[in-house]
Design a protein around this ligand. Structure first.
Ligand SMILES: N[C@@H](CCC(=O)N[C@@H](CS)C(=O)NCC(=O)O)C(=O)O
Length: 205
């Protein structure tokens, strides 16, 4: 059983989508980050960086419970456990891992900063809004080029790179991106949205 500690955010939903795709049994523990529940001592044992998502696999390596934090590491852990959504071929596997890292390092943190300065900041900071909005748009351009060349983010196969990227693209209205300007992203986004596991995972918690 996977104990999933999560909230209704893109990073949390990566993991619920993955668990649905893999058909792994899991139970959901809500960590309300608007009420600072990410700082409770019990949650910090799972995720010492006080951020969701985190998991505990009650049947981890050696049959022992195993805790894991950082959504990219959790996706790799679950892909390894289920032997799914990461190609066996080494070149293809590392293609998928590269795009997973691209999401973790760029198409996530930068979009998150755009959300902060466009939607939540207590004061208008035009420099920051421009900096992060420009970077968001640049990243959509990179993704659009990639998806014009291959079907899925990682290459020919659906992988954890797609699962990591989709919940962030699903917030395109928050970062004021019109998908009509990125037709290859639009094609991929619609394909992703039709997958039953994606639909289910996006509604957790
Ligand atoms: N790099 C981390 C980022 C996780 C993250 O930013 N989580 C946010 C919600 S999407 C959070 O828990 N924020 C609470 C806080 O910053 O206190 C990952 O991918 O798991």
């Amino acid at each position: 059983m996977i104990e999933l500690y999560t909230w209704a955010t893109p990073n949390g939903r990566k993991i619920s989508i993955m668990l649905e795709e893999c058909g792994l049994p899991y139970s959901v523990h809500k960590v309300d980050i608007t009420k600072n529940q990410q700082y409770t001592p019990d949650f910090l044992k799972v995720s010492p960086n006080n951020k969701i998502p985190g998991i505990v696999d009650t049947d981890g390596p050696g049959g022992q419970p195993y805790a894991c934090f950082e959504s990219g590491a959790i996706l790799l852990y679950l892909a390894d456990k289920a032997n799914r959504f990461l190609p066996a071929d080494r070149a293809r596997r590392f293609d998928a891992i590269q795009w997973l890292m691209w999401q973790m390092g760029g198409f996530g943190p930068m979009l998150g900063q755009t959300h902060h300065f466009v939607r939540f900041a207590s004061e208008q900071v035009p420099y920051a809004i421009k900096r992060f909005s420009d970077e968001t748009r640049r990243l959509y351009g990179v993704l659009d080029k990639r998806l014009g060349a291959v079907e899925w983010c990682g290459g020919a196969e659906y992988s954890i790179a797609d699962i990591a990227t989709y919940p962030w693209a699903a917030r395109h209205e928050w970062h004021k991106i019109d998908l009509a300007e990125f037709p290859n992203v639009r094609r991929w986004y619609d394909q992703m949205g039709q997958r039953p596991a994606v639909k289910k995972g996006m509604s957790v918690p």
